[in-house]
Design a protein. Structure first.
Length: 197
């Protein structure tokens, strides 16, 4: 083997080891991201309700107190001693926060600092929208119950999905995301698997 072919062999060997190293690193990244998603979901999204329950209840109470004589009793806000609004787990929308968290962590090729900014943006956006939603529904409830059920169901079943999807698309545009949640990871795994011919 001459020097030239020896150098070529060294370069090819180095590139092969580099590719293997990058693949291992990417496999580790995928495993870590999905492990976090599983752990965060247990037990029953507790972490999201622990963080976002006070972050939702207190701003709603302070905003309503500008228009009503509001009093706060745990998770119940009483307006003008007339009606009581109970902010249950569904009002906090822990599952919506988790869904945004899933979309963010299931998207590969994002630096940690950028991912943290994305998650913060997503959670803050949803928190502000949710506070506005609860305040609006509180005004509807106070004015008369005839429209409350329809408005509440519309906001919960339809608008909550629209809000989450809208926030995600805003993230994609603002942070210039090029990869697709789940699909990009599955595509990479398929390329590295024995299933590919």
């Amino acid at each position: 083997m001459n020097k030239k072919s020896g150098k070529l062999f060294d370069v090819l060997s180095f590139n092969k080891n580099l590719i293997k190293g990058l693949s291992k690193e990417k496999f580790s990244s995928i495993a870590l991201r999905y492990m976090i998603l599983i752990l965060i979901a247990l037990p029953n999204l507790w972490l999201f309700y622990f963080i976002f329950t006070p972050l939702t209840i207190y701003p709603v109470y302070y905003i309503l107190n500008l228009s009503f004589d509001a009093s706060l009793l745990g998770n119940i806000i009483v307006l003008n001693k007339k009606i009581a609004i109970e902010l249950i787990r569904a009002c906090i929308a822990g599952s919506a926060y988790y869904f945004l968290f899933v979309l963010n962590l299931a998207t590969p090729k994002i630096k940690i600092s950028k991912r943290i900014k994305m998650i913060f943006f997503a959670f803050l956006s949803l928190l502000i929208i949710n506070i506005f939603r609860i305040v609006l529904l509180s005004f509807v409830a106070y004015s008369g119950y005839s429209f409350f059920d329809i408005t509440h169901k519309l906001f919960w079943y339809l608008m909550s999905v629209v809000f989450v999807v809208g926030i995600w698309f805003a993230e994609v545009k603002i942070f210039k995301i090029k990869t697709i949640p789940f699909y990009s990871d599955l595509k990479f795994l398929y390329k590295k698997s024995h299933l590919r011919k």
